[in-house]
Design a protein around this ligand. Structure first.
Ligand code: BGC
Length: 762
């Protein structure tokens, strides 16, 4: 764990340079705008520990798979959202020596991420080996108001003496991925231009994404703009240098404005024009105007998604950090994009889509954005249905059965560990559940007919083929799976997977029936299209009625899988801290045999299908499984926080909240240097809204069942629901509900039905 981020309600601050943790800080201070983003790398050259990372949403490379032993069915490649053109670079030389903070004596250092205004600031005072003391102040933005552009302001002073300074501002497209499987470079040069703007045009190998980066910059000394400097270009690089004599304390200011556009969004022959136009729009304004526009764009986001917590600044900072990062990663404008577990903050997980999106992120976007944002997340999977059917066919499934990939960017499977690729099939269920969740929340029945049902049929067909009839049990069983708890592989009858499969078959049949009664011609057309046979209905019903679920009647619990009780059941609290996290200390063999659970598994099912179980059943299962859970997936604490809140285990719920909320800020799992856990950040939001405020949708109505942690004075949030926007504030001694829309809404609040008129107070 680390504990050095200074607590502040709106800012993330570090006030000292810790070179050994620089990669951690680079992750924490990452910024982006949904279209692109970047780790908080320094502008100037840095020879210390750093991971360079600038990413463009959807621009990926299929990196050839690397595995020890090939297994039939493995994908040929792992698609990665790759490190892209680096536009921030500014090399500085003072009295003939290159500025490199790794070699300096750092006198003062501060990084500050202003989440309200969407600006990253840095201040450094440092003495170089040649004795020169410099001060650097920077501001950097990925513009939310114009997402193909970004800008920075870099100000440098030599404090102690007059000096000869040389500054080179550049674009560098010759970048690599640290995790490249074969140390391959993914970019090829197309053109470099230094005539007017600095331009680098490059293209990804194989996928042929063409990217044009166009940079305009100015260099001023004490307010006077320097005339053109010395321009250079080479393969994938363009730069301009100025050499000048400055007086002690005289500020040199460099402003850099960049437009980065790609063939993903524009025709090849229009790239230059679009980049020029985008650049013109931002360079026609001065920097303070751009900052005001950025603040206004972020103000609109905060107006919908902020959560205010009074009385606990650590919790306040943390929830805002999570919300900020989610909004930086995905804005919902483009159904080809999705939410990578690391967003734009690192390479791990390749920047592509996991079940995390459907299981964890969807509710956040549903409640805080216009419904088209969540719909686009569903459409992403709809567009991949054909590929999911091909993917299942590769594994031997037939007749339109669809298995969505564990990891994907374009619909094809990228993951290559058999126990996950072939066995962690519960992900298919989460995609069906997201359709249900979306329709339940928005009442967009139309989506079911136009897109959802087709996906549900494909997924149901998969489940119907994946189970087999056990003559011994005289029931259907599901063998050889990995549940959400990846610390168990190749198990039989994972309760959660069986449950979500059964639910999915039942829901698909219910939707088929519902649509049949509407006599919509589109249903007939769809059933013809997917070659649906009536026997399928019967078989599905038979599976629903005869699926086996492992349970222990004596303890009154569901068993995570067959044989779970044969394990030696020693609670996590008995483990010495020196062996945690287990995945960094124990052999895989030992982990697999142990009783320790990586993340919610049975409890994930009880969370999704809460209404099907009475509270005592949920309590018994929670009391059995929680003490065995190590939460070594970032996705785990939030589900536990929600269930603990429901069971009125308030201290536990709060502890889980803090763990999920400050997971990255305090580096709980010791892995934030790889990038932030973006998808679990939605879980933090869930922990407050579904956990503490107990929000649910039941029977088409919003329900709340609230509690407030002891040390909070109040918390408040907005939710959008079917055209109504509510602002809810929970205090220690009561609550307020405001209806910020035009129409009345009936809700159930702490068990009482209430009708909330526009702007009414309770
Ligand atoms: C978790 C998975 C998750 C993945 C990406 C893994 O550690 O076990 O459930 O999908 O991370 O976040």
């Amino acid at each position: 764990m680390k504990n050095y981020i200074i607590h502040d309600p709106w800012c993330i601050i570090e006030d000292r340079f810790r070179p050994e943790h620089n990669e951690f800080s680079e992750s924490i201070f990452s910024i982006g705008n949904g279209r692109m983003g970047q780790r908080a790398n320094f502008e100037e050259y840095y020879s210390g520990k750093t991971m360079q990372g600038s990413y463009l949403a959807g621009v990926y490379y299929p990196d050839k798979t690397r595995v020890g032993w090939w297994k039939n069915g493995y994908p040929e490649y792992f698609a990665k959202v790759i490190n892209a053109v680096q536009w921030i670079g500014i090399d500085i030389e003072i009295d003939g020596e290159k500025l490199d903070l790794a070699t300096c004596d750092i006198r003062r250092f501060e990084r500050r991420l202003d989440m309200k205004g969407g600006v990253l600031y840095r201040t450094v005072v440092a003495t170089m080996p040649n004795g020169r003391t410099i001060q650097v102040e920077t501001k950097r933005m990925y513009h939310l108001f114009q997402s193909d552009t970004a800008s920075l302001q870099y100000s440098l002073q030599v404090l102690d003496a007059d000096a000869a300074v040389s500054v080179t501002s550049y674009l560098d497209g010759d970048v690599m991925n640290r995790d490249s499987n074969y140390d391959e470079r993914f970019w090829e040069p197309i053109a470099e231009d230094i005539e007017n703007d600095l331009v680098v045009v490059s293209e990804t190998k194989k996928t042929k994404f063409r990217v044009e980066a166009r940079l305009r910059h100015v260099c001023r000394i004490g307010g006077t703009e320097q005339s053109a400097g010395n321009k250079t270009k080479r393969r994938l690089y363009t730069g301009e240098s100025w050499t000048m004599a400055v007086k002690a304390g005289e500020p040199i200011c460099i402003e850099k404005y960049v437009a980065i556009v790609s063939s993903m969004n524009h025709p090849l022959d229009k790239l230059a024009e679009v980049a020029m136009d985008s650049l013109r729009k931002i360079t026609s304004k001065d920097y303070s105007r751009l900052m005001a526009m950025q603040a206004a764009a972020w103000a609109r986001v905060w107006a919908e998604s902020d959560i205010q917590i009074e009385g606990d600044v650590a919790a306040q900072q943390a929830i805002r950090f999570n919300i900020f990062q989610l909004n930086q990663t995905y804005t919902g404008e483009d159904a080809r994009l999705n939410i990578g577990p690391k967003g734009f903050t690192g390479e791990k997980y390749g920047g592509v889509t996991y079940w995390d999106t459907e299981a964890y992120c969807l509710p956040f976007y549903l409640a805080t954005q216009d419904p088209h944002v969540a719909r686009n997340l569903l459409l992403y999977r709809y567009q991949h249905l054909e590929k999911a059917i091909d993917n299942a066919a590769k594994l031997g499934f037939t007749d339109g059965a669809a298995l969505y990939p564990m990891v994907t960017i374009n619909g094809e499977e990228c993951h290559n560990e058999w126990e996950i690729t072939f066995e962690e099939i519960h992900r298919n269920g989460a995609i069906a559940y997201a359709i249900y969740n979306y329709v339940r929340y928005t009442d967009d029945q139309e989506y079911l007919m136009s897109h959802g049902l087709e996906v549900l049929i494909g997924i149901s067909r998969f489940w119907a083929q994946r189970v087999n009839w056990s003559a011994h049990k005289q029931q259907y069983v599901m063998l050889g799976v990995t549940g959400p708890n990846e610390y168990e592989n190749n198990v039989n009858n994972n309760w959660y997977t069986n449950r979500i499969a059964q639910w999915c078959l039942r829901y698909t049949l219910a939707v088929l029936e519902q649509e049949r009664t509407k006599r919509d011609d589109r249903l007939t057309a769809l059933l013809v299209k997917v070659k649906f046979k009536d026997e399928e209905r019967k078989r599905w019903q038979h599976i629903i009625d005869n699926l086996y679920f492992p349970e222990d009647r004596e303890r009154g619990i569901f068993l995570q899988q067959d044989g779970f009780l044969d394990k030696e059941l020693v609670p996590v609290s008995d483990l010495p801290p020196s062996v945690r996290p287990l995945n960094q200390h124990w052999s895989w063999d030992r982990i697999l045999r142990s009783c320790y659970i990586k993340q919610a598994d049975v409890l994930q099912g009880l969370y999704f299908f809460e209404e099907e179980f009475d509270e005592e059943t949920i309590r018994r299962n929670y009391d059995f499984y929680e003490p065995l859970t190590v939460h070594e997936s970032s996705l785990s604490p939030c589900v536990h926080a929600i269930i603990a809140a429901k069971l009125a285990k308030e201290e536990k719920a709060y502890a889980f909240y803090l763990r999920t909320a400050r997971l990255d800020l305090d580096d709980y799992n010791n892995d934030t240097e790889d990038g932030l856990h973006i998808t679990s950040m939605a879980g933090t939001w869930l922990a407050i809204v579904e956990g503490f405020a107990g929000m649910r949708v039941r029977g088409g109505k919003l329900h709340f069942q609230t509690f407030i942690p002891k040390n909070w004075l109040s918390y408040a949030f907005h939710v959008q629901y079917r055209g109504v926007k509510l602002h809810i504030r929970v205090r220690q001694d009561g609550f307020e509900i405001k209806n910020l829309s035009d129409c009345e809404i009936s809700i159930i609040f702490n068990g009482e039905p209430i009708s909330v008129s526009p702007e009414r107070k309770s």
